[in-house]
Design a protein around this ligand. Structure first.
Ligand SMILES: Cc1ncc(C[n+]2csc(CCOP(=O)(O)OP(=O)(O)O)c2C)c(N)n1
Ligand SMILES: CC(=O)[C@@H](O)[C@H](O)COP(=O)(O)O
Ligand SMILES: [Mg+2]
Length: 642
């Protein structure tokens, strides 16, 4: 264990106002202490480390130059906002970060007046900032609005929609492009090459080296609003950039770790009274912490770690992760079928497709943070007979809903959706919870929807998706490790729309969709110990529903309980609709859908979140007993016996 870092100056700074009162020459020391404090805090909690390390100086500079919280700083994604949290009154809670009842890992309006916009998903900051800037005009409350967006987040369509709008409106908006040449993985695409050109091209190198001169040169044109429409002013430093063509003043590239550059230039930008302005800062992800700087992912997301060695704590596991089973199985299938290709939207390691890329570098497409494009791009490939597997987290696929409907489903194209992080994801909290795909895909005609009950089932579902050419097909699986079941060597092709009976009993039928099956079986054991031996079924498919199986369960049991890792409108709703529409609830059968509750559940461990939702073994047993008519006393007495 490393000693707690010594932070004598930071200890005196409890708010941005106190930061602003410091002499400028102290800010370097403050930044160093802030960095040490952040490393120490994240070593205890785990979380997003590299991005925050890269913006320590930028955070100090922004809070020094701008009058926060009156001025608004919007951190895109929000994963880099830990230094901002430390400086804005949350330092004493940093070691609760991402823990139950602790600080969020992202910006959150409810958490602080210094977080004017909540985030978690990327590329929203320019739109939100523009909205704030326009609102401040309408309301006659002048303020500066600063959107800080990374080069990775800058690949998403939303960023361009916002710049297109802002440029035409001449809005007073400051965009800070934090260019660290990293997304989670190194970024892909033409924008990366373009930014690299800006940073290292001969014209721009001159500009960068002349950073001091820039300080003197910037004020004249930015101070003179009358001249701001002159074309030469817009391209003063660079001779015309993409951003200038979109109507922004472009300032940069600047060394984002050099406070002597950042502070005066940001002051000039603040005082310019003009906009929109884009300030291009160049930073290093993981800056100032050698293990992060030297790692391939710059310690984007880490578990708890040893500060001295950088070694991360890895929880022991007896089972492979679902992600790795997906990737391995896709590789197996791809070896047999050259038409299989994989698409990721900037999540090669998170989806396991980095392994696929090692073996099939010409059959993997990392399109950057661009989920909408990823889906329609996959649809295009499918029209030509390719077999695209679009691997996207449930939460990020939300971005591409219209593309799934319009570009895939209506045209009946066989795009395969590998939906990772289904259900609660734990520490990333409600922005990242994969709670909605059962409902949002379930509402679309013609998509086959599957959920894996365990890692062996996932293997079958990958094989099934590979073999299915009749239209779109999706399979979902959660964050984390499998159940430790025996793995088949190869996946079997499942009959479409058919579930399976896992355990035959009576009175109560537990109908599971997804990996709640483990808890369902544990609940079944408890109920069996009470003399109530339930039937357990794994639905496998939400669409098409196994109507024959469900009708049979309803006809032969008093109580049917469905479970799923999804919210309202999902599997339980489909089962309820089927049962009600067919008169199967008109008799003595009682149906109870167990699902993720209709509210945003704060970050905690996945197990805690499911317990709170009543989706663990205890919740399932309680639902079964109360549905059978046990009152609280009878239930307590019964449970005391086992
Ligand atoms: C819509 C969306 N897709 C994917 C992600 C996952 N994600 C979080 S941070 C990140 C990389 C962002 O890169 P950049 O904006 O350059 O920030 P950096 O981490 O480099 O500071 C990605 C892909 C996300 N949060 N939102
Ligand atoms: C900030 C962000 O969106 C990602 O970094 C996300 O936290 C990754 O989640 P996993 O750790 O589940 O891949
Ligand atoms: Mg980046």
């Amino acid at each position: 264990m490393a000693d707690k870092p010594s932070t004598p100056l930071l200890d005196t700074v409890n708010s941005p106002a106190e930061l602003r009162a410091l002499p400028r020459e102290d800010l370097r020391q403050l930044a160093d202490e802030l960095r040490s404090e952040m490393i120490d805090a994240v070593s205890v909690t785990g979380g997003h480390l590299g991005a925050g390390l890269g913006v320590v100086e930028l955070t100090v500079a922004l809070h020094t130059v701008f009058d926060t919280p009156h001025d608004r700083i919007i951190w895109d994604v929000g994963h880099q906002a830990y230094p901002h949290k430390i400086l804005t009154g949350r330092r004493d809670r940093m070691r609760t970060l991402r823990q139950k009842d602790g600080l969020s890992g992202f910006t959150r309006r409810a958490e602080s007046e210094y977080d004017p916009f909540g985030a978690g998903h990327s590329s929203t900051s320019i739109s939100a900032g523009l909205g704030m800037a326009v609102a401040s005009d309408h309301l006659g409350t002048p303020r500066n609005v600063i959107a800080v967006i990374g080069d990775g987040a800058m690949s998403a369509g939303m960023a361009y929609e916002a710049m297109n709008n802002a440029g035409a409106m001449d809005a007073r908006l400051i965009v800070v492009l934090n260019d660290n040449d990293m997304s989670i993985a190194p970024p892909t695409g033409a924008l990366r090459t373009y930014l690299a050109k800006l940073v290292s091209g001969p014209v721009y190198r001159g500009t960068r080296e002349a950073a001091k001169a820039v300080v003197q040169k910037l004020p004249p044109f930015l101070h003179e609003p009358a001249r701001k429409t002159e074309e030469f002013a817009r391209s003063f430093f660079t001779g015309g950039t993409l951003f200038e063509e979109l109507g922004f003043y472009y300032v940069g590239p600047l060394d984002g770790h050099n406070l002597d550059d950042l502070l005066p230039i940001l002051e000039n930008v603040r005082d310019a009274g003009a906009g929109p302005i884009l300030v291009h800062v160049v930073t290093k992800k993981g800056k100032g912490y050698a293990p992060a700087e030297n790692s391939a992912d710059k310690y984007h997301g880490v578990s708890k770690f040893n500060v001295i060695t950088g070694a991360q704590a890895k929880a022991p596991s007896n089972a492979p992760s679902y992600t790795s089973v997906f990737a391995e199985t896709l590789i197996q299938e791809a070896r047999d079928d050259e038409r299989i290709v994989a698409v990721t939207a900037a999540m090669p390691s998170g989806t396991g497709l980095d392994k696929f890329a090692e073996l099939f570098p010409n059959r993997i497409y990392d399109v950057g943070i661009a989920e909408q494009h990823a889906v329609t791009f996959a649809a295009g490939m499918a029209t030509e007979g390719m077999k695209p597997f679009c691997a996207i987290y449930s939460t990020f696929l939300q971005r591409a809903y219209d593309q799934v409907v319009h570009d895939v489903a209506i045209q009946g194209l066989p795009v395969r959706f590998a939906i990772d992080r289904a259900g609660y994801v734990g520490a990333d909290g409600p922005t990242h919870a994969g709670n909605y795909d059962n409902a949002y895909l379930g509402a679309i005609p013609g998509i086959v929807q599957m959920a894996a009950a365990d890692e062996a089932e996932l293997r079958h579902m990958v094989a099934t998706a590979a073999a299915y050419d009749a239209g779109p097909i999706a399979f979902r699986y959660p964050r984390g490790d499998g159940m430790g079941v025996d793995m088949p060597e190869r996946g079997a092709i499942l009959p479409i729309g058919k579930g399976r009976i896992v355990r035959q009993g009576g009175t109560i039928a537990l109908l599971s969709y997804g990996t709640r099956l483990g808890e369902v079986l544990a609940a079944a054991d408890r109920l069996a110990a009470l003399g109530l031996n339930p039937t357990v079924a794994d639905a496998r498919f939400l669409k098409p529903l196994d109507e024959e199986l469900i009708a049979r369960l309803a006809a032969t049991h008093d109580v049917v309980i469905s479970t799923e890792e999804g919210g309202l409108g999902g599997f339980g709703s489909h089962v309820a609709t089927f049962l009600a529409a067919n008169g199967l609830l008109d008799g003595k059968t009682r149906f109870r859908p167990l699902m993720i509750p209709d509210r945003f559940v704060e970050h905690a461990s996945q197990a805690d979140m499911y317990a709170e939702a009543g989706l663990d073994r205890t919740g399932i047993v309680n639902t079964a007993l109360t549905t059978l008519g046990y009152d609280q006393a009878a239930m307590t007495a019964a449970l005391a016996k086992i």
